[in-house]
Design a protein. Structure first.
Length: 204
């Protein structure tokens, strides 16, 4: 089994859309271990709609929390205790795409950060980054944090409008492969995502 972790330099940057495109392109299974906030739906449902994968390839979350907040806070509000024992990578036949929650330093519990989970899983990370202002700092800090924990970086993928300089300087300074740029899609559906992914993204 080959696994790839999709994370972002921040929350709400499009990593769920990227994860859907990646899982669909690879024919992979998709897993969101901790979902915090399900109004109106969670990321699993979005990926099911966008990826074109069969239902059997969309795995249930280890924790499905109702409160839209950092996982540690959502768990506290929901009266749930998150345990590392339930967060081992699921065994599947073929590739697995795992989507993190928020950014690298988001707390999963009082003692566990999202980046700690990535190190525990020992799988390469794809870092999703905005193309706009501020992305250089956020991206390079994220790369440094991953390297400090000896987490393999499969590459960086940009999401948004084209920004030639940011797309050039970040992979160069961070010494990571650039997997391409996924544009903002309107309309966004399984067909437009598949076409955009095929034309813009290099699979790791």
């Amino acid at each position: 089994m080959s696994a790839f972790i999709v994370t972002g330099t921040d929350t709400d940057i499009g990593k769920t859309v990227f994860a859907a495109g990646l899982a669909g392109a690879m024919g992979a299974h998709y897993w969101k271990p901790v979902q915090a906030g399900v109004d109106p739906v969670g990321d699993k449902e979005r990926v099911a709609a966008l990826s074109g994968l069969p239902p059997s390839h969309i795995l249930p979350e280890a924790y499905r929390l109702t409160t839209p907040a950092s996982p540690h806070l959502a768990a506290r509000i929901d009266g749930v205790e998150i345990s590392l024992d339930r967060l081992a990578l699921p065994k599947v036949d073929g590739p697995l795409v795992v989507e993190g929650a928020g950014g690298l330093m988001v707390p999963v519990s009082e003692t566990l950060l999202m980046i700690d989970l990535f190190a525990y899983w020992d799988a390469p990370v794809i870092l999703c980054a905005r193309t706009g202002l501020g992305t250089i700092n956020h991206s390079l800090l994220s790369i440094e944090a991953l390297r400090a924990r000896r987490i393999a970086i499969a590459g960086i993928a940009f999401i948004g409008e084209p920004h030639e300089e940011n797309e050039r300087i970040i992979p160069m300074l961070g010494k990571v492969p650039c997997l391409g740029r996924l544009p903002i899609l309107d309309p966004l559906d399984a067909e437009t995502l598949r076409a955009a992914f095929d034309g813009a993204i290099t699979l790791p």
